[in-house]
Ligand binder design. Structure first.
Ligand code: UD1
Ligand code: CA
Length: 455
């Protein structure tokens, strides 16, 4: 099969400089939803018809195996498909999709392709309670004879509730001839793709229809209002799928998945969480309210408490994170690690059972097992130009408010006294202190206010 995706329209009602098909649903451009679904049909080739927004569309997709046809000016859906002709092989049918209809399911498209077979024209249609604006499917004795656009329809035709979704499959050699014969003699002065239906009937080519499982699969985005509506529909679908798999969601209306979220058994997710990229939550993981988790793997039994921000991180089994923790890219936590409130970890590995429970920055650090990081500890990894690593070996105890000026190593079992500024390695098993000795001045007195000469 050949696939053509129409994406040249400007989307004026989006009120945006960005081409409509590049606006995001679930974190992904509308057009990419369509491309990803189309790929599940394993087409021989895919061509994107673009136009508005200049080269922004091909530029975004340049690393994918796609053909691009520029349509300028935009003279209608039939004219748009005609631009893709050089990429359409005659020996197989052509499916037409819209770049601004993001939620069509692969199963519905497969049903349509099966209805078309090799030599029929197949149209994806739906019954719309309010069909206003859509092309109407005109049938005679049950057979489709043509499609009439809203602006060209008679009163009787306007009463038809079966509408054209725009998605169709046509035998390619016929399609090319039909497109060449289109005229723009209609209410909008456009070359309508829908006019190929009457030509197919005249040529004795059978015209059939197929229906999607849900109407929302065929809804397009023309405004931010519609985009927001489809986002909610999509998120609710994703949430329902999680519920069916046994995930506990405190409220399926208050979770956002922008990518893929894979959950083990008995996972619980509280309200207001956002999952981006690829996130894997293993068995018995709990995620507290209002967490943002992106590209992360969380092992079994770990507890993410409320208000955590986690990105490109691996979290070990039974770890406890947050509340208010920030795990930045390159964080790898072994099992039973505790990262508490207002602790930031970046590009660091932390060994089994180590804890940083309050107010700390751990960056570019290799930390062993059973380490305790006191409140206010900072690894000074950056001299303004270069970054350096800190090594903290097993069983180290770092007193509160210490600074570890990297590159520096704290040997196994070492203790740093509170307030230490470590600039050289701390030997294993010993107490290292770097601070002036505490003294008390016995005869000191507080200054008293002098009588002023002014006022
Ligand atoms: C079209 C159909 C209508 C159907 C409706 C479903 C035609 C003539 N009408 O109407 O029967 O009910 O879709 O939403 O086909 N596009 C281009 N280049 C163009 C014109 C459009 O790429 O020159 C693209 C648009 O970006 C969009 C799609 O084609 O993705 C449909 O265009 P739109 O203007 O929304 O078509 P409608 O008039 O709504
Ligand atoms: Ca439309």
């Amino acid at each position: 099969m050949n696939i053509v995706i129409l994406a040249a329209g400007m989307g004026k009602r989006m009120q945006s400089a960005l081409p409509k098909v590049l606006h995001r649903l679930a974190g992904k451009p509308l057009l990419c939803h369509v491309i990803d679904t189309a790929r599940t049909l394993a087409p021989a080739g895919m061509c994107i018809v673009y136009g508005h927004g200049g080269d922004a569309v091909p530029a975004l997709l340049k690393d994918q195996a796609l053909a691009f046809a520029r349509q300028a000016p935009q003279l209608g859906t039939g004219h748009a498909v005609a631009q893709a002709e050089p990429y359409l092989h005659d020996g197989m049918p052509t499916m037409v999709l819209y770049g601004d209809v993001p939620l069509t399911r692969g199963a519905s498209l497969e049903r349509l392709a099966a209805a078309a077979g090799a030599d029929r024209l197949a149209i994806l249609t739906v019954e719309m309670p309010d069909p206003t604006g859509y092309g109407r499917i005109v049938r005679q004795a049950g057979r489709i004879v043509r499609i009439v656009e809203q602006k060209d329809a008679s009163a009787a035709e306007l009463a038809i509730t079966e509408v054209n979704t725009g998605i169709m499959v046509a035998p390619t050699a016929h399609l090319k001839r039909w497109l060449a014969a289109l005229s723009n003699d209609n209410a909008q002065g456009e070359y309508y793709l829908t006019d190929i239906v009457a030509q197919a009937v005249a040529d004795g080519v059978e015209v059939v229809s197929a229906q999607p499982d849900a109407i929302w699969e065929t809804l397009g985005v023309n405004s931010k209002v519609q985009l927001a509506q489809l986002e909610r529909i999509h998120q609710r679908e994703l949430a329902d799928r999680l519920l069916e798999l046994g995930v506990t969601l405190a409220d399926p209306a208050r979770i956002d998945i922008r990518g893929s979220l894979t959950c083990g058994r008995d996972v619980t997710i509280d309200v207001g969480c956002v999952f981006e990229g690829d996130v894997v939550l293993a068995d018995n993981v709990t995620v507290g309210a209002n967490c943002v988790i992106r590209n992360a793997k969380v092992a079994a039994g770990a507890a993410i408490k409320p208000f955590c921000h986690i990105e490109d991180a691996v979290i070990g089994a039974a770890a406890q994170i947050g509340p208010y923790a920030r795990l930045r890219p390159g964080t790898e936590l072994a099992s039973d690690v505790h990262i508490g409130n207002f602790v930031e970890v970046k590009n660091s590995t932390i060994g089994v059972g180590s804890k940083a429970n309050h107010l700390a920055y751990v960056g570019d650090t290799t930390m062993g097992a059973r380490v305790n990081i006191g409140a206010g500890t900072i690894t000074c990894n950056y001299d303004g130009v270069n970054k350096f690593r800190t090594v903290i070996e097993d069983d180290v105890f770092i007193g509160s408010d210490s600074q570890l000026v990297a590159p520096v190593t704290v040997g196994a079992g070492a203790t740093l006294a509170a307030g230490t500024t470590l600039t050289r390695d701390a030997p294993a098993g010993k107490l290292t202190v770097s601070r002036t000795r505490q003294i008390t001045l016995d005869n000191w007195q507080r200054p008293v206010r002098q009588p002023s000469s002014k006022n």
